[in-house]
Each structure stands twice: as C-alpha cells, then as structure tokens.
Design a protein around this ligand. Structure first.
Ligand SMILES: [Zn+2]
Length: 411
C-alpha cells in the first residue's frame, strides 16, 4: 500500500501524464547518410516544462550523451510552434511553456550520427551497410519524473531490405516498419538495436523458456558467415552461465555483434542484451576469434554483475535511469574486476578459448601490469569504461574455483 501511495504521488507531480506513453517515431531510412529523423507525440499539462536529452549514459558511467549531434529541435502544440530556450548552464535542458488547453506536444529533431570512430555508443555507429541504434540518442524526456514511470512506445522504419535485432519486445512488423510494445524509458534506453543489409540471427539456446540469440551485422556478407562451431560455443556459453549463476533474471537475451572497420569497436553491457563491436573480419579468422574471445562472455556476465546488481553510485535515488544525475564509480572495481575474471573463465569453459589460450591471456595480463608504471605511484582505479579498459590482477583470483553466485529470479 505504501508503494502505491508513493507511486500515485510521483505520477501526480509528474509534468506530463506518465500513464500515457510517449509515441516515438524514428525514421532510419537515411541511416546510410548518417541521419536519423525523430518525432515524438508527448502527453503534457499546461505550464512550464523542461525536456532533457540523456546526458549520463549507463554502462559508460559518464556524461557522454551526444548532445552536439542533436539538431533542428522543433516543438509544437495545438497547431502552433512553441518557443524553447536552452538552459544556459545545463546544455542538455530545454525550457518552454505549454499553453492552456494543450494536452499533447509534437517534438521533432534530427540526430546526426558522428563519423569519427572514437567513443562508445556516441562514437561511430553507422556505415552504408549497417547501423547500431541507441534510443538515448533519439529521445527527450520530461524533467522531474522517475525514468521507470515514463512509458515510451517506439516505432522504427529501417532502410529497405535491412534486417534487425534487439531485446526490445516487438508488437508487430510490416515491411521495413517495426512497432514495439510500450516500455519504461529505462528499458527503452537499455535496449539498443542493430540493423543492416548483411545480417544473420542465430539462436543459441533456450533455458526454461528463456531464449538467447546472437545478431550479426556486418559490412559484407562474408563478415557474417560465422563458422558453425563458434555458434555452438556461444550455446555452451549460455549453458555455462547457468552453472555459474544458477538463475536468470532477464526475459530473453540478445547479443548484438557488429562487424565493421568503420564503427567504434568496444563492448557495452545492457540488462537483456549487449552491444559488441569488432573489426569486420574478426569472427571469420581464427586469430580474431581468439583475440576477442572473451568479449561476449564479459558483456554477458555484466547482465548479472552490473545490471541486475548495480553499484550504489551508479543509480539515481536507488533506481536506474537518472540520466541527469552524475554517476559515481567507486565500486567499478567489483563491476569490472569480477566481470573480467568470470568472462575469461567462461570463454574457456565454453570452448571459445582452449585452456592454453586462457593461460596465455593470464600471462599477457601479468606482463602488461609488470610494465604499467602508474601502478607504482597511485592506487588502481577502474576507468569509466568496459571490456577493453580493464585487465585483472591475476594474484587476486584463483584460476579455478569460480564462485557460485545465487540471485533471485526477477520474472
Ligand atoms: Zn566490463
């Protein structure tokens, strides 16, 4: 009962009618030209309103929301254009007044996908053949309401003949139009989508009704011609995580794997998916599969360690989605350190690495730390990033004896 009263108070105080979903329409047919067209229909009440562009991005733990790539903002209601003012201090905030008698707004802007490769999700994410879409780059949200209380119903149009994959539940599909089920803003932002002309989806196992998929998007047909033995190893990865964790907390899980020399290369964790980007030929060459062998297992472990269980400093008022709230990374040594350890163990247990590959990685990590002079004069701090930026200290963990972590099933 207390929870219901609290929620009712939150919704009453919210600057828009949080029960009605924001209708989000994204036209990605110009993605090969690096342009996304965004339209939103947003329920509102009369009075002053501030819309925010997401600034602090989960998984990146930093204010990396690409505000500079958002252009052409237009806000209208009741057939008239509303004048907005950008905050002079918080450059992610837009202020305006909603006139009396207006119950919904039309908000439109374009997002210009950056061509440079640096960065995480705000780095290069689009080529003429594929795109990785992060919804936080394609929305505005009202200041003052918890992100979990805001419902967004997204529609997406992809270029003709492109296919796609995402963890965001789909309501229906028609041609190259996709209508998604309404979802809380946190789920939307946490559910990236990959799409492309050269695309392959592989099913890698079902555990008690929970399905797992890998979606490959590449710059060529050859790049997504992944050998079947690797698909089998990904299936073993799924079953091995069941042995390590003993439970699953997600509805389904989707690995988005992007194979391109022209997008930023990294791994980024999400609750029900992960955004994994490597060079175009990585998975069709044995050396590439070995070098990137722990990428998917690392990001998969983050679904438990980092998403289902979140360091306190990375939440806002105890919940996810405080995109305007600075994140504190003091506990990232657990978030990344334990994940890195388990990710490498699981790479070996799934057969992606041989035992010798695992020992070689441990030796390489030890050798790297031997020559990292910064460790002689300052305490180790985990940087605000994922997979590539962290190497474990092999003296901390035993090679065998993976701890069994028991978590409550959330669904
Ligand atoms: Zn990580």
């Amino acid at each position: 009962m207390e929870i219901r009263i609290w929620l009712a108070a939150i919704l009453a105080a919210a600057p828009l009618c949080a029960q009605n979903p924001v209708r989000l329409r994204v036209d990605a047919t110009d993605a090969p030209r690096r342009v996304f067209h965004v339209q939103m229909t947003m329920p509102v009440k009369a009075g002053p309103l501030t819309l925010l562009y997401p600034e602090w991005i989960p998984g990146e733990h930093a204010p990396t929301g690409p505000i500079a790539n958002m252009v052409g903002l237009r806000i209208s209601g009741g057939g008239q254009t509303l004048a907005w003012r950008r905050d002079s201090v918080n450059l992610y905030a837009f202020h305006f007044d909603v006139p009396a008698g207006i119950s919904s707004l039309e908000v439109a802007f374009d997002f210009i996908a950056p061509p440079d490769a640096a960065g995480f999700s705000s780095g290069a994410s689009v080529t003429s053949e594929l795109a990785v879409l992060n919804w936080n780059q394609l929305i505005l949200y009202p200041q003052g309401a918890p992100a979990d209380s805001l419902q967004y119903q997204a529609n997406l149009r992809v270029p003709a003949a492109w296919r796609y994959g995402t963890a965001l539940p789909i309501e229906r599909e028609s041609g190259n139009d996709v209508e998604f089920k309404p979802a809380p803003l946190t789920t939307l932002v946490d559910s990236p989508l990959s799409a492309g002309r050269h695309y392959r989806t592989a099913s890698i196992g079902n555990d008690n009704g929970i399905s797992h998929y890998v979606h490959f998007a590449g710059d060529s047909d050859e790049s997504v011609a992944v050998p079947e033995d690797l698909i089998g190893q990904y299936s073993r990865l799924v079953s091995e995580t069941g042995k390590v964790f003993g439970s699953r907390h997600y509805r389904d899980y989707h690995f988005l794997v992007t194979l391109s020399d022209h997008v930023a290369n990294f791994g980024l964790e999400h609750h029900e998916s992960s955004d994994n980007r490597v060079k175009e030929r990585t998975l069709i060459e044995a050396s590439g599969r070995k070098v990137e062998g722990s990428l998917l297992s690392h990001e998969f472990v983050h679904s438990w360690n980092g998403k289902y269980r979140r360091p306190a400093g990375l939440t806002a008022n105890g919940s996810d989605g405080g995109y305007d709230t600075p994140m504190k990374g003091d506990l990232l040594w657990v978030y990344e350190g334990l994940t890195n350890y388990l990710g490498e163990v699981l790479a070996a247990r799934s057969g992606i690495w041989t035992p010798e590959d695992y020992r070689d990685r441990m030796a390489a990590t030890a050798a790297l730390l031997d020559t990292r002079s910064g460790r002689t004069w300052r305490r180790s701090k985990t940087p605000p990033c994922s997979h590539r930026c962290f190497t474990i200290r092999p003296t901390i963990f035993a090679i065998t004896g993976v701890p069994r972590i028991t978590t409550k099933r959330a669904r």
